[in-house]
Design a protein around this ligand. Structure first.
Ligand SMILES: [Zn+2]
Length: 331
């Protein structure tokens, strides 16, 4: 859906001509044959881009049917985009590096830059930012520059399941530069499928001209076999997380058994809570002023009930605590 600009929007007009005024085929002068209009936001305000499209007017020239666009247009924004590259960069960086919520971005764009955008549009442009970033990360020149000082590389592979089901997203990362090299979703975790990804990693390393010093992954069979096949002689280490989890397992099991025993011994929390809550609901009897023992007794009783409820909650928390990793175990 095209963006609806308010009537009173003030645009800065930018006229863009083709960079080469001469025809590449016949050398004749190109002439302007059409204008393309594009309205968009930049961090410096709304712009109206006027692209002067050109062609070669020579009848006999084979390039005569081609229409040439000014390249400068795509350095400001992309066709059909309402945001300039500067806004997309500003937005994407805050969305993913900080990270800001969509609502925060929306408010900041409106307040600071007077760019009113819907939450949907911010999501859409965040997604485009991610695509551009991924493309840049895969660009061979960018990659070569990033790894100029690194030699050799340490690689890691892991599979994640974002949703329940057979699909697993495999991610290959290089640890020194903390870069994701590539990610592929596979429907099967069979050795042959995973080995293809490892082959792809080998191609990347070869293209960079970097030897692989070490592989890191968990001890999944497909990784163990695939790495041995694609990277013979390269050491393969397994992640400490799985190791620690295995080491912590007996402790975790002992803790779990202890909690079962404790739950058997400690009973009646619910009954205590119910009694306290029932007592709270009954209003304190109003006594004649002469017989009043003073307000402190009622207050102390109320505090006592609160403490009782807190004790119940804390005890229940201890009995049901399952949170924590191998290093801070539960219980
Ligand atoms: Zn020509």
């Amino acid at each position: 859906m095209p963006y609806r600009w308010p009537e009173d929007t003030v645009f800065t007009r930018l006229e863009l001509a083709v960079e080469e005024p001469w025809c590449r085929t016949c050398g004749g002068a190109r002439t302007i044959c059409d204008h393309r209009h594009h309205h968009g936001f930049t961090l410096h305000g709304p712009v109206h881009l006027v692209g002067k499209l050109a062609h070669c007017p020579a009848r006999a020239c084979p390039a005569g049917t081609q229409t040439i666009s000014p390249e400068a247009e795509t350095t400001i924004t992309m066709p059909w985009w309402v945001l300039g590259w500067d806004v997309v960069g500003w937005l994407g960086h805050r969305r993913f590096a900080q990270p800001w919520s969509v609502q925060q971005l929306r408010a900041a764009l409106a307040d600071t830059y007077h760019i009113p955008l819907s939450a949907d549009a911010i999501e859409r442009y965040s997604h485009r930012y991610q695509q551009m970033r991924a493309a840049r990360h895969r660009d061979p020149q960018q990659l070569a520059a990033a790894y100029a000082q690194v030699d050799p590389v340490i690689l890691a592979i892991d599979g994640l399941q974002p949703e329940k089901g057979p699909e697993t997203l495999y991610v290959v990362r290089a640890l020194e530069r903390k870069r994701v090299w590539f990610a592929e979703a596979l429907l099967s975790s069979a050795t042959t499928e995973v080995q293809q990804l490892l082959g792809q990693a080998r191609t990347w390393a070869e293209r960079l001209g970097k030897p692989v010093r070490l592989w890191m992954s968990d001890k999944q069979d497909a990784f163990v076999r695939g790495i041995a096949a694609e990277f013979p002689g390269v050491p393969h280490r397994y992640g400490a997380n799985h190791f620690l989890r295995d080491v912590a397992k007996p402790v975790w099991e002992a803790d779990s058994r202890a909690k079962v025993r404790m739950r058997r011994t400690i009973r009646g929390l619910r009954t205590i809570e119910r009694e306290v809550l029932a007592a709270q609901r009954v209003p304190a009897p109003t006594l004649p002023p002469t017989a009043a023992p003073g307000p402190s007794v009622g207050l102390a009783e109320e505090e006592g009930r609160d403490v009782g409820l807190d004790y119940c909650a804390a005890t229940r928390g201890i009995l049901h605590d399952e949170q924590g990793g191998p290093l801070p175990p539960p219980g």
